[in-house]
Design a protein around this ligand. Sequence first.
Ligand code: ADP
Ligand code: MG
Length: 422
Amino acid sequence: MEAMMTGMINNIFFIIFPIILYQMFATAGQRNFFVSHRITMTILFSISIILCMVFPYQFLTEDYIFDLRQVPMIVGALYGGPLVSAVLFIVSAVGRIAIGGDGMYIAILNQLLVAAGVPFLGPLYRKVNRWWKAALVFIISIVSLLFNMFAGYFFFGDPIHNLIGIWLMLMLNQGGIIILTALLIEHLQKQEYLYNSLMRHEKMETVSHFAAAVSHELRNPLQSVKGFVQLLQEYEYPRAKQLEFQQTILEEIKVAEDLIDDYLIYAKPVYGEMKRIEVEPELSHVIKIMTPYANARNVEIFVQGSDAASPILGDSQKLHQALVNIIRNGIEAMTDGGKLQVELETSAHTVCVHIQDEGVGMTKEQVKRLGEPYFSNKSKGTGLGLMVTYSILNQMGGDITVESEVGKGTKFTLEFPKLPNG
Ligand code: ADP
Ligand code: MG
């Protein structure tokens, strides 16, 4: 009995551990990593299957040896779809052949049916709520074991002894564990979903804050378009002059368009893959987006940038969000206006962005609490900006340091590991 428990717990560990590992390394803010990381998922579930098969356990009696490989196979097929399922089948079939012995054909046939059949239930599975999901995996798991039982009986004349004592127990055992596994994955996905909506919420809050400043900036190009159109209506200008005015009108419209585009791009939800990006153009873009907001608050942004290459591994949308949050805080800290210095500094192994304001500053205690969710000293603050920023930096392997003095100002430094040039 004790050996059985140990063996079973090992099997459970083989299944659960890769899922947790997966969650740990997956980057939050992705649409859904059980969908967008099919390859990682396949590898991890393959490892689960192999470990389960290599370390099976005796189930209740001496002569019944069992393992939980069906759990990752079924779960993998449901979440991953036909392709993942096919790879998991190959892994488990090869593994089963390597083990050899009685029951090999039944086991492989069973794995084939699971791998081929279960993906068809995927669409249904994704639609239902988690209690139905639990029921569905439980039923699939039982049907699969029933198949084993009857196949042994019909094809090989294995008597079905101890229907209740062994088979029913087996079904409850595997069924319970597969429910646990499915619920765990659902839970992790829900966490991720909540995190993503938090990030979106923070972003929308920022965007709506910008709206007033942007509409103000839009007034300039619109006013000049209006002026030129009125001129063209009132006087009969020579053709050359008309063309010149029309050109100016087009340029002003372009200015307005770009302004709107910048905001629309920024307002897009952030999902994305980590890839090689240059910090310098991204920083310039962010400063462009922030300028109307700064102007509206009498803040002037000064930029000192090195022209050196600044390649890092990251996602440009997320980098924008991180920079916007910090620059926005700097602008908001200067209630009577002032200067915001932004500096890009690259060294052999790092790319640093320094953002320094002349605002209210913070006490040591306040600095310690930065990044805590809902920590805000502003009457209308969300206290989510820096939380999101810290988590983005974390994903990119970066670091944030803060130097601050009450009444003098604050300097945030974002440090990223630099990728090799070229
Ligand atoms: P919010 O801006 O919505 O309050 P944040 O997470 O962006 O939330 O910031 C949390 C708090 O940290 C702010 O309320 C503010 O008190 C403090 N803070 C952040 N940046 C600065 C800064 N540059 N100068 C002074 N205080 C700051
Ligand atoms: Mg903020």
